[in-house]
Design a protein around this ligand. Structure first.
Ligand code: FAD
Length: 472
C-alpha cells in the first residue's frame, strides 16, 4: 500500500486525498487552517451564498411583475446574510470531515513543511511537531490575496475579497478595483444590497481574459449600466488614502491601455466608504520549505510542474492554484489535477486537459463559458463560424422573466466541431456543462442539434444555436 501525504485541504487537496484513499492508499491530509480551502471558506461557496441572497432580494423587489403582491419593502439584513453564509459553509465542511473519517484519511491540522520527497514536518497549533513519512507527496497549498502597491489592506476601508465576504454592513459607496470575475460578482452582489458601486478596470473591457468572449463583456457592461453600477474602463486609482473614515483617491488613465481616450485621461477625484481590491493573488508557500527541498518555482513563486504535474523534486507533485495563472486557477481544475495525479500514482496516467475547462461567472445574469472565444479562434487563424441565439427567444426564459443573455457558439467551419460556447443568462453556469461535454469530446453542431432537448427549458438555447449555425 502506498503512503500519500497531501499538503493543503482545498478542493485540489481533498479531492486527491479522497481518490487516493478510495484507491487503497494510506493518506495523510495536512491542513493549516480550515478544511475546504479558499473555495469553501473564502471563495466559491461564500460568494455564491451571498449571490443567492442578492438574487432573492432582487426577485422580491420584482414580485409585482409575477402577479404577486406583498406588503412592505424587502431589504437586506447583513448579519442574517452572513449567518446564512456561515451555516452553508459549516454544513459543507462537516460533509468533508465526515468523508475524511469514512475513507480513513488522516486529517492532520497543522502547518506542513517539505523536508524532502519522503518526509513532511507538521507544526501543530500547540507547538508540537510531527514528521510524516510518505512514498508520494502532493502539494496543494493554493493561493492567497496579494496586496497591490499603494492599496495596502486595512480591512476596514481598503478591503480584500476575504474581507468583502465578512462585511456586517453594506457600504453606501463602494469602489471595486478590478473588473475580473471576482470584481464583477461582488459588484452585482453589493449593488443588489443597495450600495452605490463603481468598478474600476485597467483594461478596456470587463472580464478581460482572452478566453472570455468580448460579447459577454459587452453584455455585462450593459447590465451594470441598467443597475446604475458605474463602470470605469481603462482607468485606475492613484493616491488612495483614508481621511476621517473616508477613502479618497484620484481616478486616472490606466497604464495598461496603449492609447487612452481623453475621457480616460481625465483625472477625477473619487470618494468611497470602502475600496475593495479584487486583483492580485500570490502563491501560498510561506514556510513550505520549497527552496530548501529543491522544488523549483517561477520568478513569481508559483510552483513549476511538467505535463504530469511533477515538480522538479522526484516523487513530489503540485496541483491547483499553487501552479498560478499559467494554468487555470479554478476549484474544479484543482480537483481534476488531483485526480490525474492519483491516477498516475495508481499506474493509470491521464494527462490533464486545459482546452475544455468550463468556467462560471456568477453575475446577474450569469456567464458560463468553455473553449475558445471568437477572438482566440481568429487569432489562432482558425476558420470558424460563430452564431448567437438570444435568450429572450426561449419560452422558458419568457416564463421565468429572465430575458437578458445569449448562447454564442464558435465552431470549425469545415468539420462543424464545437470549439467554444459562451452563454450569458439565467443559470448559464449550469447550462455550460452540456457545452463542455461537447467541446471536450469533439462533438459537432449537427450532433448537438440532433440531441433532443426537453421543452420548455433554457438548455434548448444550445440546441437552437446549433440549428442556427447549421443554417449558415
Ligand atoms: P485552496 O482552495 O486555496 O486550498 C489550499 C489550502 O492549503 C488552504 O486551506 C490553506 O489553508 C492550506 N495551506 C496552505 N499552506 C499550507 C501549509 N504549509 N500547510 C498546510 N496547509 C496549508 N473557483 C471556481 O472554480 N469557482 C468559483 O466560483 C470561484 N469563486 C471564487 C471567489 C473568490 C472570492 C476567490 C478568492 C476564489 C474563487 N475561486 C473560484 C477560485 C477557487 O477558490 C480556487 O481556484 C480554489 O480554491 C483552488 O483550490 P486549491 O485546492 O488549489 O487551493
Amino acid at each position: 500500500m502506498k503512503r500519500l501525504t497531501v499538503i493543503g485541504g482545498g478542493p485540489g487537496g481533498y479531492t486527491a486525498a479522497f481518490a487516493a484513499a478510495r484507491a487503497g492508499m494510506e493518506v495523510t491530509l495536512v491542513e493549516a487552517a480550515r478544511l475546504g480551502g479558499t473555495c469553501l471558506n473564502a471563495g466559491c461557496i461564500p460568494t455564491k451564498t451571498l449571490k443567492a441572497s442578492a438574487e432573492a432580494l432582487e426577485t422580491a423587489l420584482r414580485l409585482a411583475e409575477f402577479g404577486i403582491t406583498c406588503e412592505g419593502t424587502p431589504r437586506v439584513d447583513p448579519a442574517a446574510v452572513l449567518a446564512r453564509k456561515e451555516k452553508v459553509v459549516d454544513i459543507l465542511r462537516g460533509g468533508l470531515e465526515k468523508t475524511c473519517a469514512r475513507l480513513k484519511v488522516r486529517l492532520c491540522t497543522g502547518h506542513g513543511r517539505v523536508l524532502d520527497a519522503r518526509h513532511v514536518e507538521v507544526g501543530m497549533a500547540d507547538g508540537s511537531v510531527e514528521v510524516v513519512e510518505n512514498d508520494a507527496l502532493i502539494l496543494a497549498t493554493g493561493s492567497r490575496v496579494a496586496e497591490l502597491p499603494g492599496l495596502a489592506f486595512d480591512h476596514t476601508h481598503i478591503l480584500s475579497s476575504d474581507d468583502a465576504l465578512q462585511l456586517d454592513r453594506v457600504p453606501r459607496r463602494l469602489v471595486i478595483v478590478g473588473g475580473g470575475v471576482i470584481g464583477c460578482e461582488m459588484a452585482f452582489i453589493y449593488r443588489a444590497f443597495g450600495a452605490q458601486v463603481t468598478v474600476v478596470e485597467g483594461q478596456n473591457r470587463l472580464l478581460p481574459m482572452p478566453s472570455m468572449d468580448a460579447d459577454v463583456s459587452t453584455l455585462l457592461q450593459r447590465e451594470m449600466k441598467k443597475r446604475r453600477i458605474a463602470c470605469e474602463l481603462g482607468r485606475t486609482l492613484r493616491d488612495v488614502r483614508v481621511e476621517e473614515g473616508v477613502v479618497r483617491a484620484t481616478l486616472t488613465a490606466s497604464p495598461f491601455v496603449d492609447k487612452p481616450t481623453p475621457a480616460q485621461q481625465k483625472e477625477v477625484p473619487v470618494e468611497a466608504d470602502m475600496v475593495l481590491v479584487t486583483v492580485g493573488r500570490c502563491p501560498a508557500t510561506e514556510g513550505l520549505g520549497l527552496a530548501e527541498a529543491g522544488i523549483a518555482t517561477d520568478r513569481r513563486g508559483w510552483v513549476v510542474v511538467d505535463d504530469a504535474l511533477k515538480t522538479s523534486l522526484p516523487g513530489v507533485y503540485a496541483i491547483g492554484d499553487l501552479l498560478g495563472p499559467s494554468r487555470v486557477m479554478l476549484a474544479h481544475v484543482a480537483a481534476m489535477e488531483g485526480l490525474c495525479v492519483v491516477e498516475s500514482l495508481c499506474g493509470k496516467p491521464r494527462a490533464m486537459r486545459y482546452d475544455a475547462v468550463p468556467s462560471g461567472v456568477f453575475t446577474s445574469p450569469e456567464v458560463g463559458s468553455v473553449g475558445l472565444s471568437e477572438q482566440q479562434a481568429r487569432e489562432q487563424g482558425l476558420d470558424v463560424r460563430c452564431v448567437t441565439f438570444q435568450m429572450r427567444e426561449l419560452g422558458k426564459a419568457q416564463a421565468m422573466g429572465e430575458l437578458p443573455g445569449f448562447f454564442k457558439l464558435v465552431a470549425a467551419t469545415d468539420s462543424g466541431r464545437l470549439l467554444g460556447a459562451h452563454i450569458a443568462g439565467a443559470h448559464a453556469s449550469d447550462l455550460v456543462a452540456e457545452a463542455a461535454l461537447a467541446v471536450a469530446n469533439g462533438l459537432t453542431l449537427e450532433q448537438v442539434a440532433h440531441t433532443i432537448h426537453a421543452h420548455p427549458t433554457l438548455a434548448e438555447g444550445l440546441y437552437e444555436a446549433a440549428l442556427l449555425a447549421q443554417e449558415g
